[in-house]
Design a protein around this ligand. Structure first.
Ligand code: F6R
Length: 244
């Protein structure tokens, strides 16, 4: 554990490249790797960069396994809003990760009981090598909404009004945003061997500064990256860091 390694990048292109370098470093290391990739807008350019490297033969993803970070609840499996579909389009297909190498979060039946089993199996399989995270404007990581403690487990959550308002831009309006979700807990995320947090845009200025410079605590779940077990890289574009 140490201070996060903070890198401020000029623009979205530089952020995508720097993020892809971190992912490639983990993927190109020997042996199988388990990656948790956030959906959302911030990492999309980085996933495109990784797909381009793979297409050029510069990245071999055959040993990559993927664990889902979060998902809405109450949707039909083929609902356009399912985050699994978003992950499939932006990560699994472009990086050629087949279904047999993907662990999908439970969404049916007793979801909290199934989450406890999911988390035990994740630990038993060796945990997470790299988690790629975006930052909610309310400080959430995955759907670990404030308040979320560092020991929080994989579980169902009610989305906060902030997150519903922020996610309306994905789906049309606030009415289209599901209100319940399932998320990997902060506990398994903070135990990952590497964490990479990507932050872009002036709308994230206040929260990224609070997360990295304010008090560490459950009101800003992202602040716990400063107490993570493994190495932490925070890539921030200039707009988010300077607030311009
Ligand atoms: C998405 C996720 C969320 C987003 C965050 C930032 O799977 O877990 O925590 O990473 O809300 O979203 P964007 O990147 O769209 O600003």
């Amino acid at each position: 554990m140490g201070e996060p390694h903070l890198v401020v990048l000029d623009d979205a292109r530089a952020l995508a490249r720097a993020g892809a370098d971190v992912v490639a470093g983990v993927v190109n290391a020997d042996g199988p790797v388990t990656i948790v990739p956030a959906t959302g807008e911030t990492p999309v350019g980085m996933y495109e960069e990784l797909a381009a490297r793979r297409a050029r033969g510069d990245l071999d993803t055959r040993d990559v396994s993927i664990v889902q970070l979060d998902e809405y609840l109450g949707l039909e499996p083929d609902d356009r809003r399912a985050l699994f579909g978003w992950m499939k389009r932006t990560v699994l297909e472009p990086l050629a990760v087949g279904a047999e190498r993907v662990a999908r979060l439970p969404t049916e039946g007793d979801v909290d009981a199934a989450c406890a089993i999911f988390e035990r199996e994740l630990d038993a399989s060796g945990g997470i090598d790299l988690v790629i995270l975006g930052l909610g404007t309310n400080g959430h990581l995955g759907f670990n909404e404030p308040p979320s403690d560092a020991s929080s487990v994989t579980r169902t959550v009610d989305l906060t009004a902030d997150t519903i308002a922020a996610n309306a831009r994905y789906w049309g309006s606030e009415r289209d945003v599901p209100t319940r979700a399932v998320t990997l807990g902060l506990r398994p995320l903070l135990e990952a061997r590497h964490i990479m947090l990507l932050v872009a845009g002036a709308s994230k200025h206040t929260i990224v500064r609070r997360a990295l410079e304010g008090p560490v605590g459950e009101d800003v779940p992202a602040s716990f990256v400063r107490e993570a077990r493994g190495s932490v890289t925070v890539l921030v574009d200039r707009a988010a860091w300077e607030g311009e």
